[in-house]
Write a protein that binds this ligand. Structure first.
Ligand SMILES: Cc1cc2nc3c(=O)[nH]c(=O)nc-3n(C[C@H](O)[C@H](O)[C@H](O)COP(=O)(O)OP(=O)(O)OC[C@H]3O[C@@H](n4cnc5c(N)ncnc54)[C@H](O)[C@@H]3O)c2cc1C
Ligand code: SF4
Length: 438
Protein backbone atom coordinates (compact mmCIF):
# COMPACT_ATOMS: atom_id res chain seq x y z
CA UNK A 1 0.00 0.00 0.00
CA UNK A 2 2.80 2.41 1.04
CA UNK A 3 4.80 1.45 -2.09
CA UNK A 4 1.90 2.18 -4.39
CA UNK A 5 1.28 5.50 -2.61
CA UNK A 6 4.94 6.37 -3.13
CA UNK A 7 4.69 5.43 -6.82
CA UNK A 8 1.62 7.60 -7.15
CA UNK A 9 3.36 10.53 -5.49
CA UNK A 10 6.38 10.16 -7.79
CA UNK A 11 4.09 10.75 -10.76
CA UNK A 12 1.64 13.12 -9.11
CA UNK A 13 4.07 15.61 -7.60
CA UNK A 14 5.78 16.68 -10.88
CA UNK A 15 2.37 16.87 -12.49
CA UNK A 16 1.12 19.02 -9.63
CA UNK A 17 4.25 21.18 -9.88
CA UNK A 18 3.68 21.61 -13.58
CA UNK A 19 0.02 22.55 -12.98
CA UNK A 20 1.01 25.16 -10.38
CA UNK A 21 3.63 26.67 -12.72
CA UNK A 22 1.18 26.68 -15.62
CA UNK A 23 -1.57 28.29 -13.53
CA UNK A 24 0.93 30.92 -12.31
CA UNK A 25 2.08 31.74 -15.85
CA UNK A 26 -1.53 31.91 -17.02
CA UNK A 27 -2.47 34.25 -14.18
CA UNK A 28 0.53 36.50 -14.96
CA UNK A 29 -0.43 36.65 -18.65
CA UNK A 30 -4.04 37.42 -17.74
CA UNK A 31 -2.86 40.25 -15.43
CA UNK A 32 -0.62 41.65 -18.18
CA UNK A 33 -3.46 41.51 -20.72
CA UNK A 34 -5.93 43.12 -18.34
CA UNK A 35 -3.41 45.88 -17.59
CA UNK A 36 -2.96 46.51 -21.33
CA UNK A 37 -6.74 46.63 -21.84
CA UNK A 38 -7.21 49.01 -18.91
CA UNK A 39 -4.44 51.26 -20.15
CA UNK A 40 -6.10 51.44 -23.58
CA UNK A 41 -9.39 52.41 -21.91
CA UNK A 42 -7.82 54.95 -19.54
CA UNK A 43 -5.84 56.65 -22.30
CA UNK A 44 -8.80 56.67 -24.69
CA UNK A 45 -6.95 54.44 -27.21
CA UNK A 46 -9.90 52.17 -27.86
CA UNK A 47 -10.60 52.85 -31.53
CA UNK A 48 -8.70 50.83 -34.14
CA UNK A 49 -7.76 53.07 -37.06
CA UNK A 50 -8.26 50.59 -39.86
CA UNK A 51 -9.31 47.02 -40.54
CA UNK A 52 -9.37 45.09 -37.24
CA UNK A 53 -10.58 41.81 -35.76
CA UNK A 54 -13.90 41.25 -34.02
CA UNK A 55 -13.76 38.03 -32.01
CA UNK A 56 -16.78 35.77 -31.62
CA UNK A 57 -16.36 34.66 -27.99
CA UNK A 58 -18.79 31.80 -28.44
CA UNK A 59 -16.53 30.23 -31.03
CA UNK A 60 -13.15 31.17 -29.51
CA UNK A 61 -11.36 28.26 -27.80
CA UNK A 62 -8.63 30.43 -26.34
CA UNK A 63 -5.87 28.57 -28.20
CA UNK A 64 -3.88 31.80 -28.61
CA UNK A 65 -2.91 31.16 -32.27
CA UNK A 66 -4.09 34.67 -33.18
CA UNK A 67 -1.99 36.24 -30.42
CA UNK A 68 1.10 34.42 -31.69
CA UNK A 69 0.37 35.29 -35.33
CA UNK A 70 -0.06 39.07 -34.92
CA UNK A 71 3.05 40.76 -36.41
CA UNK A 72 2.54 43.92 -34.31
CA UNK A 73 2.55 41.92 -31.07
CA UNK A 74 6.34 42.26 -30.87
CA UNK A 75 6.14 45.96 -30.03
CA UNK A 76 2.81 46.18 -28.15
CA UNK A 77 0.03 44.10 -26.68
CA UNK A 78 -2.49 44.03 -29.48
CA UNK A 79 -4.33 40.78 -28.80
CA UNK A 80 -4.35 38.88 -25.50
CA UNK A 81 -6.27 36.13 -23.75
CA UNK A 82 -8.61 37.26 -20.98
CA UNK A 83 -10.77 34.66 -19.21
CA UNK A 84 -9.75 32.16 -21.87
CA UNK A 85 -10.96 34.28 -24.79
CA UNK A 86 -8.99 36.31 -27.27
CA UNK A 87 -9.47 40.05 -26.76
CA UNK A 88 -8.29 43.12 -28.65
CA UNK A 89 -6.44 44.65 -25.69
CA UNK A 90 -4.56 47.32 -27.67
CA UNK A 91 -7.02 48.39 -30.39
CA UNK A 92 -5.07 51.46 -31.49
CA UNK A 93 -1.97 49.36 -32.21
CA UNK A 94 -3.86 47.11 -34.63
CA UNK A 95 -3.02 48.05 -38.22
CA UNK A 96 -5.08 45.44 -40.04
CA UNK A 97 -2.54 42.76 -41.01
CA UNK A 98 -5.38 40.21 -40.72
CA UNK A 99 -2.92 37.44 -39.76
CA UNK A 100 -5.09 36.66 -36.71
CA UNK A 101 -8.16 35.85 -38.82
CA UNK A 102 -6.11 33.71 -41.19
CA UNK A 103 -4.81 31.39 -38.44
CA UNK A 104 -7.89 31.02 -36.24
CA UNK A 105 -8.89 27.32 -36.37
CA UNK A 106 -12.43 28.21 -35.25
CA UNK A 107 -13.20 30.94 -37.80
CA UNK A 108 -13.93 33.05 -34.75
CA UNK A 109 -12.41 36.24 -36.18
CA UNK A 110 -14.04 38.64 -38.61
CA UNK A 111 -12.15 41.64 -39.97
CA UNK A 112 -14.16 44.85 -40.01
CA UNK A 113 -13.87 48.63 -40.40
CA UNK A 114 -15.09 51.04 -37.75
CA UNK A 115 -16.82 50.40 -34.45
CA UNK A 116 -20.26 51.13 -33.02
CA UNK A 117 -18.89 54.42 -31.68
CA UNK A 118 -16.65 55.44 -34.59
CA UNK A 119 -17.72 55.05 -38.19
CA UNK A 120 -15.14 54.66 -40.95
CA UNK A 121 -16.02 55.96 -44.40
CA UNK A 122 -15.19 53.58 -47.23
CA UNK A 123 -15.61 54.95 -50.77
CA UNK A 124 -17.45 52.90 -53.35
CA UNK A 125 -15.17 51.61 -56.15
CA UNK A 126 -15.64 49.05 -58.90
CA UNK A 127 -13.17 46.16 -59.52
CA UNK A 128 -11.11 48.51 -61.75
CA UNK A 129 -10.73 50.91 -58.77
CA UNK A 130 -12.90 53.53 -60.48
CA UNK A 131 -15.26 55.43 -58.19
CA UNK A 132 -18.82 56.45 -59.07
CA UNK A 133 -17.22 59.56 -60.64
CA UNK A 134 -16.02 58.34 -64.07
CA UNK A 135 -12.26 58.88 -64.47
CA UNK A 136 -11.65 59.26 -60.72
CA UNK A 137 -9.87 56.23 -59.26
CA UNK A 138 -9.04 55.24 -55.67
CA UNK A 139 -6.31 52.89 -54.46
CA UNK A 140 -4.55 51.90 -51.24
CA UNK A 141 -5.66 52.45 -47.69
CA UNK A 142 -8.23 55.11 -48.66
CA UNK A 143 -10.20 52.44 -50.51
CA UNK A 144 -10.12 50.20 -47.45
CA UNK A 145 -7.17 48.03 -48.44
CA UNK A 146 -4.43 48.79 -45.93
CA UNK A 147 -0.86 47.48 -45.70
CA UNK A 148 2.13 48.42 -47.78
CA UNK A 149 2.11 45.56 -50.24
CA UNK A 150 -1.64 45.81 -50.88
CA UNK A 151 -1.35 49.56 -51.44
CA UNK A 152 1.50 49.05 -53.95
CA UNK A 153 -0.38 46.34 -55.84
CA UNK A 154 -3.57 48.42 -55.98
CA UNK A 155 -1.70 51.56 -57.07
CA UNK A 156 -0.25 49.60 -60.02
CA UNK A 157 -3.57 47.94 -60.90
CA UNK A 158 -5.47 51.25 -60.81
CA UNK A 159 -2.85 52.75 -63.11
CA UNK A 160 -3.35 49.89 -65.58
CA UNK A 161 -7.13 50.61 -65.56
CA UNK A 162 -6.47 54.31 -66.18
CA UNK A 163 -4.26 53.49 -69.19
CA UNK A 164 -7.27 51.90 -70.87
CA UNK A 165 -9.45 55.05 -70.61
CA UNK A 166 -10.35 56.80 -73.82
CA UNK A 167 -8.47 60.07 -74.32
CA UNK A 168 -5.31 58.98 -72.52
CA UNK A 169 -2.26 60.23 -74.43
CA UNK A 170 -4.41 62.72 -76.38
CA UNK A 171 -5.19 66.41 -75.98
CA UNK A 172 -3.05 69.06 -74.39
CA UNK A 173 -3.63 68.39 -70.68
CA UNK A 174 -2.16 65.74 -68.40
CA UNK A 175 -3.18 62.09 -68.56
CA UNK A 176 -3.27 61.67 -64.81
CA UNK A 177 -2.87 63.50 -61.53
CA UNK A 178 -1.91 61.24 -58.63
CA UNK A 179 -2.77 62.56 -55.16
CA UNK A 180 -0.36 61.31 -52.46
CA UNK A 181 3.01 59.57 -52.60
CA UNK A 182 2.61 56.82 -50.04
CA UNK A 183 3.21 53.22 -51.19
CA UNK A 184 0.16 53.29 -53.51
CA UNK A 185 0.85 56.68 -55.08
CA UNK A 186 4.59 56.08 -55.44
CA UNK A 187 4.06 52.72 -57.19
CA UNK A 188 1.42 54.27 -59.47
CA UNK A 189 3.79 57.16 -60.29
CA UNK A 190 6.45 54.64 -61.34
CA UNK A 191 3.81 52.86 -63.44
CA UNK A 192 2.87 56.14 -65.12
CA UNK A 193 6.54 56.87 -65.85
CA UNK A 194 7.13 53.39 -67.25
CA UNK A 195 4.22 53.94 -69.69
CA UNK A 196 5.33 57.50 -70.49
CA UNK A 197 2.01 58.96 -69.32
CA UNK A 198 1.84 62.71 -68.75
CA UNK A 199 1.55 62.59 -64.98
CA UNK A 200 1.85 64.89 -61.99
CA UNK A 201 2.05 63.49 -58.46
CA UNK A 202 1.23 65.94 -55.68
CA UNK A 203 2.29 65.03 -52.14
CA UNK A 204 1.50 67.38 -49.28
CA UNK A 205 4.31 65.97 -47.15
CA UNK A 206 7.23 63.68 -47.98
CA UNK A 207 7.88 60.38 -49.80
CA UNK A 208 6.54 57.24 -48.14
CA UNK A 209 3.18 58.40 -46.77
CA UNK A 210 2.26 56.81 -43.47
CA UNK A 211 5.49 54.80 -43.48
CA UNK A 212 7.52 58.04 -43.20
CA UNK A 213 5.55 58.77 -40.02
CA UNK A 214 6.25 55.45 -38.32
CA UNK A 215 8.27 55.77 -35.10
CA UNK A 216 12.05 55.52 -35.45
CA UNK A 217 13.28 51.97 -36.03
CA UNK A 218 9.78 50.51 -36.39
CA UNK A 219 9.83 46.94 -37.60
CA UNK A 220 7.91 46.76 -40.87
CA UNK A 221 6.33 43.50 -41.94
CA UNK A 222 5.54 43.23 -45.60
CA UNK A 223 5.79 40.79 -48.50
CA UNK A 224 7.60 40.62 -51.86
CA UNK A 225 5.97 42.65 -54.62
CA UNK A 226 6.54 43.59 -58.26
CA UNK A 227 7.01 47.34 -58.81
CA UNK A 228 7.18 49.05 -62.23
CA UNK A 229 10.75 49.99 -63.27
CA UNK A 230 12.16 48.25 -60.17
CA UNK A 231 11.09 44.64 -60.79
CA UNK A 232 10.58 42.23 -57.88
CA UNK A 233 11.25 43.76 -54.49
CA UNK A 234 11.90 41.16 -51.83
CA UNK A 235 11.27 42.93 -48.54
CA UNK A 236 9.62 40.78 -45.87
CA UNK A 237 10.81 42.13 -42.56
CA UNK A 238 12.62 45.45 -42.54
CA UNK A 239 12.69 48.78 -40.76
CA UNK A 240 11.00 52.05 -41.58
CA UNK A 241 14.37 53.70 -42.31
CA UNK A 242 15.52 50.94 -44.73
CA UNK A 243 12.23 51.06 -46.63
CA UNK A 244 12.31 54.85 -46.98
CA UNK A 245 15.98 54.69 -48.08
CA UNK A 246 15.02 52.10 -50.68
CA UNK A 247 12.21 54.30 -52.05
CA UNK A 248 14.45 57.37 -52.09
CA UNK A 249 17.08 55.42 -54.04
CA UNK A 250 14.36 54.22 -56.44
CA UNK A 251 13.21 57.80 -56.93
CA UNK A 252 16.76 58.85 -57.80
CA UNK A 253 17.41 55.86 -60.05
CA UNK A 254 14.19 56.15 -62.08
CA UNK A 255 13.99 59.95 -62.13
CA UNK A 256 10.29 59.84 -61.19
CA UNK A 257 9.16 63.33 -60.27
CA UNK A 258 7.02 64.00 -57.24
CA UNK A 259 5.87 67.48 -56.26
CA UNK A 260 6.48 67.51 -52.51
CA UNK A 261 4.73 69.99 -50.26
CA UNK A 262 1.98 70.41 -52.85
CA UNK A 263 -1.47 69.71 -51.49
CA UNK A 264 -4.44 68.94 -53.72
CA UNK A 265 -7.32 71.06 -52.44
CA UNK A 266 -10.13 70.75 -54.96
CA UNK A 267 -11.06 68.58 -57.93
CA UNK A 268 -13.77 69.67 -60.36
CA UNK A 269 -15.16 67.57 -63.15
CA UNK A 270 -15.16 68.89 -66.71
CA UNK A 271 -16.62 67.46 -69.92
CA UNK A 272 -13.53 65.36 -70.70
CA UNK A 273 -11.67 65.11 -67.41
CA UNK A 274 -10.86 67.17 -64.35
CA UNK A 275 -9.47 70.46 -63.16
CA UNK A 276 -7.26 69.77 -60.16
CA UNK A 277 -6.43 72.70 -57.89
CA UNK A 278 -3.52 72.45 -55.52
CA UNK A 279 -2.24 75.02 -53.03
CA UNK A 280 0.23 76.02 -55.76
CA UNK A 281 -1.15 75.38 -59.26
CA UNK A 282 -4.10 74.22 -61.36
CA UNK A 283 -3.86 71.18 -63.65
CA UNK A 284 -6.12 69.90 -66.39
CA UNK A 285 -6.14 66.11 -66.49
CA UNK A 286 -8.03 63.24 -68.11
CA UNK A 287 -7.97 61.09 -64.95
CA UNK A 288 -7.28 61.38 -61.24
CA UNK A 289 -5.94 58.69 -58.91
CA UNK A 290 -6.59 59.31 -55.22
CA UNK A 291 -4.00 57.52 -53.09
CA UNK A 292 -4.28 59.78 -50.11
CA UNK A 293 -4.52 57.22 -47.35
CA UNK A 294 -6.60 57.81 -44.24
CA UNK A 295 -4.43 60.06 -42.09
CA UNK A 296 -5.97 63.21 -43.57
CA UNK A 297 -4.44 66.62 -43.87
CA UNK A 298 -2.89 68.35 -40.89
CA UNK A 299 -4.43 71.68 -39.87
CA UNK A 300 -2.09 74.54 -40.67
CA UNK A 301 -1.60 77.82 -38.81
CA UNK A 302 -1.95 80.02 -41.88
CA UNK A 303 0.86 82.36 -40.79
CA UNK A 304 3.74 83.88 -42.74
CA UNK A 305 6.79 81.61 -42.91
CA UNK A 306 4.85 78.38 -42.41
CA UNK A 307 6.00 77.04 -45.79
CA UNK A 308 9.59 76.61 -44.50
CA UNK A 309 10.85 73.04 -44.17
CA UNK A 310 11.59 73.60 -40.47
CA UNK A 311 7.81 73.58 -39.85
CA UNK A 312 6.40 70.05 -39.49
CA UNK A 313 3.06 68.66 -38.38
CA UNK A 314 4.09 65.58 -36.45
CA UNK A 315 6.84 64.58 -34.07
CA UNK A 316 8.55 61.45 -35.29
CA UNK A 317 11.72 61.28 -33.22
CA UNK A 318 12.49 63.60 -30.27
CA UNK A 319 16.22 62.83 -30.66
CA UNK A 320 16.23 64.76 -33.95
CA UNK A 321 15.81 67.95 -31.93
CA UNK A 322 18.78 67.54 -29.59
CA UNK A 323 20.52 70.85 -29.02
CA UNK A 324 17.76 72.77 -30.86
CA UNK A 325 15.33 75.54 -30.05
CA UNK A 326 11.87 74.20 -30.68
CA UNK A 327 8.35 75.63 -30.62
CA UNK A 328 5.42 73.23 -30.30
CA UNK A 329 1.99 74.62 -31.20
CA UNK A 330 -1.20 73.04 -29.88
CA UNK A 331 -2.91 71.96 -26.69
CA UNK A 332 -3.97 68.36 -27.24
CA UNK A 333 -2.22 65.22 -26.09
CA UNK A 334 0.07 64.99 -29.12
CA UNK A 335 1.28 68.58 -28.57
CA UNK A 336 1.92 68.00 -24.87
CA UNK A 337 3.68 64.69 -25.52
CA UNK A 338 5.82 66.30 -28.24
CA UNK A 339 6.82 69.26 -26.05
CA UNK A 340 7.73 67.20 -23.00
CA UNK A 341 9.56 64.44 -24.87
CA UNK A 342 11.69 67.00 -26.76
CA UNK A 343 12.35 68.88 -23.50
CA UNK A 344 13.73 65.60 -22.11
CA UNK A 345 16.40 65.55 -24.83
CA UNK A 346 19.75 67.11 -23.91
CA UNK A 347 20.43 70.71 -24.94
CA UNK A 348 16.91 71.56 -26.11
CA UNK A 349 15.09 74.84 -25.46
CA UNK A 350 11.37 74.20 -25.81
CA UNK A 351 8.28 76.42 -25.75
CA UNK A 352 4.65 75.43 -26.22
CA UNK A 353 2.07 77.90 -27.53
CA UNK A 354 -1.67 77.29 -27.23
CA UNK A 355 -4.52 79.64 -28.01
CA UNK A 356 -6.75 78.62 -25.06
CA UNK A 357 -6.18 79.49 -21.42
CA UNK A 358 -5.60 75.90 -20.25
CA UNK A 359 -4.74 72.43 -21.59
CA UNK A 360 -8.15 71.13 -20.53
CA UNK A 361 -8.55 68.88 -23.62
CA UNK A 362 -5.45 66.85 -22.76
CA UNK A 363 -5.13 63.88 -20.42
CA UNK A 364 -4.30 64.48 -16.77
CA UNK A 365 -1.06 62.47 -17.12
CA UNK A 366 0.21 64.75 -19.91
CA UNK A 367 -0.88 67.95 -18.13
CA UNK A 368 1.03 66.84 -15.06
CA UNK A 369 4.11 66.12 -17.16
CA UNK A 370 3.92 69.61 -18.66
CA UNK A 371 3.66 71.19 -15.19
CA UNK A 372 6.65 69.21 -13.93
CA UNK A 373 8.79 70.00 -16.99
CA UNK A 374 7.87 73.70 -16.80
CA UNK A 375 8.58 73.79 -13.04
CA UNK A 376 12.01 72.27 -13.74
CA UNK A 377 12.68 75.18 -16.13
CA UNK A 378 12.85 72.97 -19.22
CA UNK A 379 9.64 74.16 -20.93
CA UNK A 380 8.19 77.62 -21.50
CA UNK A 381 4.37 77.50 -21.52
CA UNK A 382 2.58 80.26 -23.43
CA UNK A 383 -1.19 79.91 -22.92
CA UNK A 384 -3.74 82.24 -24.59
CA UNK A 385 -1.13 82.88 -27.26
CA UNK A 386 -0.96 82.77 -31.04
CA UNK A 387 1.92 82.38 -33.47
CA UNK A 388 2.14 85.46 -35.66
CA UNK A 389 5.21 84.96 -37.80
CA UNK A 390 7.88 82.31 -38.44
CA UNK A 391 11.22 83.49 -39.78
CA UNK A 392 14.34 81.45 -40.51
CA UNK A 393 15.84 81.89 -37.03
CA UNK A 394 12.97 83.19 -34.90
CA UNK A 395 9.25 82.97 -34.15
CA UNK A 396 6.91 85.74 -33.04
CA UNK A 397 4.14 84.86 -30.61
CA UNK A 398 1.44 87.24 -29.46
CA UNK A 399 0.11 86.81 -25.92
CA UNK A 400 -2.33 89.47 -24.78
CA UNK A 401 -0.64 92.80 -25.47
CA UNK A 402 2.82 91.24 -25.39
CA UNK A 403 4.83 89.92 -28.35
CA UNK A 404 7.44 87.26 -27.57
CA UNK A 405 10.27 86.85 -30.07
CA UNK A 406 11.92 83.47 -29.52
CA UNK A 407 15.05 82.09 -31.17
CA UNK A 408 13.94 79.07 -33.13
CA UNK A 409 15.28 76.14 -35.19
CA UNK A 410 12.08 74.10 -35.58
CA UNK A 411 8.31 74.37 -35.24
CA UNK A 412 6.03 71.38 -34.65
CA UNK A 413 2.36 72.13 -35.24
CA UNK A 414 0.02 69.65 -33.54
CA UNK A 415 -3.32 71.25 -34.35
CA UNK A 416 -5.21 68.13 -35.41
CA UNK A 417 -6.16 67.07 -38.91
CA UNK A 418 -8.94 67.17 -41.45
CA UNK A 419 -10.05 63.66 -42.39
CA UNK A 420 -10.39 62.77 -46.09
CA UNK A 421 -14.18 62.16 -46.03
CA UNK A 422 -15.29 65.78 -46.66
CA UNK A 423 -12.78 65.97 -49.54
CA UNK A 424 -14.19 62.76 -51.05
CA UNK A 425 -17.77 63.99 -50.73
CA UNK A 426 -16.76 67.31 -52.27
CA UNK A 427 -15.36 65.34 -55.24
CA UNK A 428 -18.78 63.70 -55.62
CA UNK A 429 -17.62 60.26 -54.45
CA UNK A 430 -20.16 58.08 -52.67
CA UNK A 431 -18.89 56.74 -49.34
CA UNK A 432 -20.37 54.12 -47.06
CA UNK A 433 -19.89 54.54 -43.32
CA UNK A 434 -18.91 51.22 -41.72
CA UNK A 435 -19.63 50.63 -38.04
CA UNK A 436 -17.83 47.38 -37.30
CA UNK A 437 -20.13 45.10 -39.24
CA UNK A 438 -18.74 42.81 -41.98
C1 LIG B 1 1.77 52.66 -36.81
C2 LIG B 1 1.54 51.92 -38.11
C3 LIG B 1 2.29 50.80 -38.40
C4 LIG B 1 2.12 50.12 -39.61
N1 LIG B 1 2.91 49.04 -39.87
C5 LIG B 1 2.76 48.39 -41.06
C6 LIG B 1 3.58 47.26 -41.38
O1 LIG B 1 4.43 46.82 -40.59
N2 LIG B 1 3.35 46.64 -42.57
C7 LIG B 1 2.41 47.07 -43.45
O2 LIG B 1 2.27 46.46 -44.51
N3 LIG B 1 1.64 48.15 -43.18
C8 LIG B 1 1.79 48.82 -42.01
N4 LIG B 1 0.98 49.89 -41.74
C9 LIG B 1 -0.04 50.30 -42.72
C10 LIG B 1 0.60 51.07 -43.92
O3 LIG B 1 1.43 52.10 -43.44
C11 LIG B 1 -0.50 51.66 -44.78
O4 LIG B 1 -1.48 50.69 -45.07
C12 LIG B 1 0.08 52.18 -46.11
O5 LIG B 1 1.04 53.18 -45.85
C13 LIG B 1 -1.05 52.72 -46.99
O6 LIG B 1 -0.47 53.30 -48.14
P1 LIG B 1 -1.23 54.39 -49.02
O7 LIG B 1 -0.29 54.76 -50.11
O8 LIG B 1 -2.57 53.92 -49.36
O9 LIG B 1 -1.48 55.64 -48.02
P2 LIG B 1 -0.47 56.48 -47.14
O10 LIG B 1 0.77 55.71 -46.84
O11 LIG B 1 -1.26 56.97 -45.97
O12 LIG B 1 -0.06 57.71 -48.06
C14 LIG B 1 -0.97 58.71 -48.43
C15 LIG B 1 -0.20 59.97 -48.80
O13 LIG B 1 -1.11 60.92 -49.35
C16 LIG B 1 -0.73 62.22 -48.94
N5 LIG B 1 -1.91 63.10 -49.03
C17 LIG B 1 -3.07 63.02 -48.33
N6 LIG B 1 -3.92 63.99 -48.72
C18 LIG B 1 -3.28 64.69 -49.67
C19 LIG B 1 -3.65 65.82 -50.47
N7 LIG B 1 -4.84 66.41 -50.36
N8 LIG B 1 -2.74 66.31 -51.35
C20 LIG B 1 -1.50 65.72 -51.49
N9 LIG B 1 -1.11 64.65 -50.76
C21 LIG B 1 -1.99 64.14 -49.88
C22 LIG B 1 -0.27 62.00 -47.49
O14 LIG B 1 0.59 63.05 -47.08
C23 LIG B 1 0.45 60.67 -47.62
O15 LIG B 1 1.82 60.85 -47.87
C24 LIG B 1 1.13 50.58 -40.54
C25 LIG B 1 0.37 51.72 -40.25
C26 LIG B 1 0.56 52.38 -39.05
C27 LIG B 1 -0.28 53.61 -38.75
S1 SF4 C 1 -7.12 31.86 -32.89
FE1 SF4 C 1 -9.39 31.86 -32.79
S2 SF4 C 1 -9.84 30.26 -31.25
FE2 SF4 C 1 -7.66 30.74 -31.00
S3 SF4 C 1 -7.66 32.37 -29.39
FE3 SF4 C 1 -7.72 33.46 -31.37
S4 SF4 C 1 -9.92 33.81 -31.75
FE4 SF4 C 1 -9.79 32.23 -30.14
Amino acid sequence: MTDSLNDLLIYLLPLLGFCVLYAGAKARTQRKNLAALNESIETGMTEPSSLHPVINVNRCLGCGSCVAACPEQAGHNVLGLIDGKSTLVGPSFCIGHGACAAVCPQDAITLVFGTATRGVDIPEVNPDFESNVPGMFIAGELGGMGLIRNAIVQGCQALESIRKLSGIGQGDGLDIVIVGAGPAGFAASLGALSHKLRCVTGEQDSLGGTVANFPRGKLVMTAPVEIPLLGKVNFRETTKEKLIEFWQAAEKKTGVKINYRERVEKIDRTEDGFVVKTDQRTYKSRAVLLTLGRRGTPRTLGVAGEEQTKVVYKLIDPQEYRGKKVLVVGGGDSALEAATSIADEPGTTVAISYRSESFSRAKQKNRQRVDETAAAGRLQVLLSSQVKNISEKQVEIVQGDQTHTLDNDAVIVCAGGILPSPFLRDCGIIVETKHGTP
